[in-house]
Ligand binder design. Structure first.
Ligand SMILES: [Zn+2]
Length: 290
């Protein structure tokens, strides 16, 4: 939620977010994620129930979204990739976004054993090439992905933005939000694709992020969001390890609404990121029938 109008990593403008949340406060029943999951299990979900979530832990959640949520008493959950919280480190996808944002190169080739040439001559080409490269990166295991990102950045002839102060939340901001109905869940430490990680790696990512948040906030952390979150980004093994680690639910980026009987470790979500309120309202209404 910000007014940067960055086409590489688009956001909801602040004024629009205010309108959307006012509309929600008036027409929907916003629940905390934990409450909603409890009610889903007991088939006791109120009509028009909705849960608001944010992934990764960007600082604009505190600067721009939190004042609006607080004013309207709307609960929300923010999923933190803890390696980037309270440090100046950026998540790997932000290194990719920065590289595409800053590059002056017109063509990219020789990337990820692919003989294709990706055009970067204008914004439209940059966006579609970036999306294709992200898809290739999502399909790699962690070490391979990180080494390809280094090469991608060299080929794009830009500085590697491994550190960016103030991009992500810090623990003081998180504690303030926590006092006003904002809950925090885990989104791993380093944002790996869990279905492509080893069992030890999955355990470390899901346990150590949980412990870090619990240490800073003094409350149990029971909610989780899968990095990237498509059906191919998690599996039964990851779900079992999450249960073992003490989580009660996990959200995906698989589109849809959730009904009684929904697996709490495969919660669906939707992205009503509209910049026109009637479109936002229509989208929410339509979700009820999905
Ligand atoms: Zn994420």
């Amino acid at each position: 939620v910000n007014n940067e109008y960055d086409p590489i990593f688009p956001a909801t403008p602040v004024d629009m977010f205010v309108e959307q949340m006012e509309y929600l406060a008036e027409n929907y029943h916003a629940l905390s994620l934990e409450d909603a999951v409890g009610r889903l299990i007991c088939a006791d979900v109120p009509d028009n129930a909705i849960v608001i979530t944010f992934d990764d832990g960007y600082r604009d959640n505190y600067l721009n979204a939190f004042p609006v949520l607080r004013h309207l008493s709307i609960p929300a959950t923010v999923f933190l990739a803890t390696g980037a919280i309270g440090s100046e480190e950026v998540l790997w996808h932000d290194r990719v976004f920065s590289a595409f944002r800053e590059t002056k190169v017109s063509w990219l080739n020789g990337i990820i054993n692919d003989h294709r040439r990706y055009p970067l001559r204008n914004l439209e080409e940059k966006l579609s090439s970036q999306q294709e490269i992200l898809r290739l990166l999502w399909a790699l295991d962690d070490d391979e992905r990180l080494s390809w990102i280094e090469r991608l950045i060299l080929k794009l002839e830009v500085c590697d933005r491994k550190e960016r102060p103030n991009l992500m939340l810090n623990w003081d901001e998180i504690r303030i939000m926590q006092q006003h109905h904002i809950a925090f869940g885990s989104h791993t430490v380093t944002h790996p694709i869990l279905s492509r990680s080893s069992v030890e790696r999955i355990r470390t990512e899901i346990q150590s992020s949980k412990e870090t948040i619990e240490k800073h906030l003094n409350v149990p952390v029971t909610t989780f969001a899968y990095p990237v979150g498509r059906s191919e980004d998690f599996n039964e093994n990851v779900k079992m390890l999450l249960r073992e680690a003490g989580y009660i639910c996990a959200v995906t980026t698989i589109f849809g609404a959730n009904e009684g009987g929904q697996d709490p470790f495969e919660l669906k979500r939707a992205t009503p990121w509209e910049t026109y309120l009637p479109a936002f309202a229509a989208k929410l209404n339509w979700y009820k029938f999905c």
